[in-house]
Design a protein around this ligand. Sequence first.
Ligand SMILES: Cc1ncc(COP(=O)(O)O)c(C=O)c1O
Length: 427
Amino acid sequence: MDAFSYVGGVLHCEQVPVPQLAEQFGTPLYVYSQATLETAYDRMAGAFAALSPKICFSIKSCHNLHMLRLLHSRGAAFDAVSIGEVRRAIEAGADAADIVFAGVGKTRTEIDEALQLGVGCFNVESSEELAALADAATVNGKTTTAALRVNPDVDAKTHPYTTTGKKENKFGIDIDEARTLFSQYRKHPHLQLNGIHVHIGSPVNTVAPYVETVQRTLALIDALAKDGINIALLNLGGGWGTCYQDSDAPPIEDYAAAIVPLFAERNLAIHLEPGRSITANAGILVTRVTYCKQARTRKFAIVDAAMTDLIRPALYDAYHFIWPVAPGNDQTPKGRTPDQAIPNAETVDIVGPVCESSDFLAKGRSLPPLAAGDLIAVFSAGAYGAVMTSQYNSRPRAPEVLVYGSRARVIRRRETYDDLVAAERDI
Ligand SMILES: Cc1ncc(COP(=O)(O)O)c(C=O)c1O
């Protein structure tokens, strides 16, 4: 599944023992495996090869420039949701034409800058935004391509906070309204509105919602063709599942096997926007136990990582497999299965030092007994991990380290107190 494995009872990232990284760079610490990242990207590209898709890596899932550079060198294009992400992609080496600019609330300033930079496609989420884009393109004397994000009203069966393709969500445009807009803008001199974008949620851990989405979207494309409107591009979005536990999502090849045949005889350019399926299992968060506290009814391991380092458990009650970094040979985990039977297991809550009850990484986990000073690993933290960190409680952000084989290098340094106050000083 990934290149984080226990060798001699000690967790390694590729060939590097994780305790060595913790010693060298301190904790909390993000550790990424380059091999895992590249394999995930290559598998996605291979699985959908028959469609020759443009794989627009979703920067929001992991925006570190060095990770973006690696993906760019592998052939990735980029999905950006702010002008900051557009700039990151360009700094990582991307051609602006290989960036799709998505997001429900692009400001006029962002649209103007993206037009000047020459981004390849705007994914548009409302008639109001479409009008703003058309006007901006006219005023800037540019011609641009756009895709309408259509809301297919498909239930992705994911967490309510991460489902996006249902009627009641703020994302996308109703299918009937989309038809009107395509017709209205068909001859716009500065806007080539010939794409459809769909993104139904994330993670989408079954194949069926994608199949339903594609079928509904192809029906729309056929209906538009009858109106004389030719759709050249279909962007299927992201949300492709990945394994936070051993088998909570099918492999990417299963999604592709169901989706690719739906495009037989179709001459459509395809965009995909994977994020977590590329990055989640390429990263772990390493943290050290500060105290073990036995309260009246529960045992807490208070660690030096917090919701400020990994907010997913607090935000979506997300599950991350957690295990000691050096449990010894007799207690190495079997895969990433929750609550595995070990003889002397203890039930603990893994919590951080932040002054919020929602500051936890896991609750009620059955783990080998922990003691102050122990290192533990929070797995599958490469997506929506470091990228969602904050400085709340004046906590400097953790560093990020990239491992390749037996080499490790810092790709984001640990923040300092000066970083915390830099934007407040000298004003
Ligand atoms: C429009 C769009 N595309 C792609 C993604 C990436 O999703 P994931 O990281 O689950 O693949 C998201 C995530 O929210 C999104 O909103």
